[in-house]
Write a protein that binds this ligand. Sequence first.
Ligand code: ZN
Length: 466
Amino acid sequence: MKKWKQITLAAFLCTWVVTSSQSTSALRANEFEGNEDAWVKRCSVAQSSSEMATKCAQFKTYYAKQSTQLQNEVSSLKKQISALDDNIDKLAAAVKKQASLVKTIEKKIAMNEASIRLINSDIKKLNKKINALQRSIDERNAIIIKRMQDEQATIGTNMSLEIIMGSQDLLDMIRKIDGLNRINEQDQREIDKIKEEKQEQNLQKSEKVRLKTALEETKRNNEKAKKEAEEVRKQKQVLLDKFRKQEEALDEKMRSVKVDISTIQENMINITNAPNGSFNFTTSGKLAKPVNGSISANSFYYPNGGVHLGLDVAVSLRTPIYAPANGVILYANNPVSTNSGYIGNTTGYPAGTGNSIQMLTRVDGTTYALSFFHMAQENFSVRAGQKVSKGQLLGLSGNTGNTTGPHCHLEVINLGNMAIDTAISRFQSTADFAWGNGWGSAGLANVCSVKGPPCREHPEDVYGYR
Ligand SMILES: [Zn+2]
């Protein structure tokens, strides 16, 4: 657990009240807190004193209030989730619609491109024709010029005079002049015809060029529209992803809220009338390191100064965690998936611990409660009430609950010379991972350098991490 620990830990004791209204903080301080089952038992028989009868009446009110608050929380979460569901459905449909709009525009662009290709090939053909016509005009002009040059050579520069003088009679003269004119006129007509054709082709070409320009403009507009539609689709997708994440978080929160006392009881050691000494295990020497890795945050402060009641060992996901000594499992539950942790996540018991274990051991006459938080869901190898031997696999490290990444958070409570049986029955009636030492900055008043057991030890010292 990282920076947010001090906030979440303060509420560890009462998992499902963490997220509900402030009025619960008033309840949190009372003697029923965490002892609900014992009080249910105590109050379900006739009371011998009026003092107890009053207490039972108070408990009944408290219990009913808790239940109502829990139900309110669940129904409020349900409402939030269903509202989100609605939004998600609408957004998903919008994203789909937007994607199909992008596709439609893409089709238009493809059609634009095909038309432009076609027009380009038409323009190419027209250019060829125009060039051919121009060549034909040039050729005809060249022929005319050549002929005139030839005629001038024979007729001389003073062409009209030569014709007049060289003509045998008027008719011959007229014929000669007329012939010359006819030749020129015919040429001219042909040239005009070709020119006309060329002009026609040029007109066609300019119309094609105009069409092409218009099409290119349409294509550019379509491309712009596509870019915009794509951007809108992306933004809608981002929002959709955000909503989905929110829904996941709400689902997770609801699951956490639903972890009520009975669920906690289910995962807690449940031994009634255990004969004294049935858990007479002892270990001598030091406790072993439960997991190997580098220390990312010491106890009882984070490097930035915030209160941190445990030791964080940074390890990659699914690193084995072993029992540091012989002992018995007090609590074990793995309700969440291995890599589901994030800051503010309240899953698990105590809230925010994700998949968690607490075990009891006794080393050289001192009893310890040892906590392991944020574990993996798979290969969770022990159950409440199970005896474990030193070095036995408890489970794997994970990234669950209130975390910023994969790590194992270790806490050690020194219970002094408390008998194992006493410790078990005390845990059964309180389910208190802190053994009365509190959480957050309140926990600092209960460290072993300040007061006697039960008190918080530096896990670094107990496990020999330093
Ligand atoms: Zn931590």
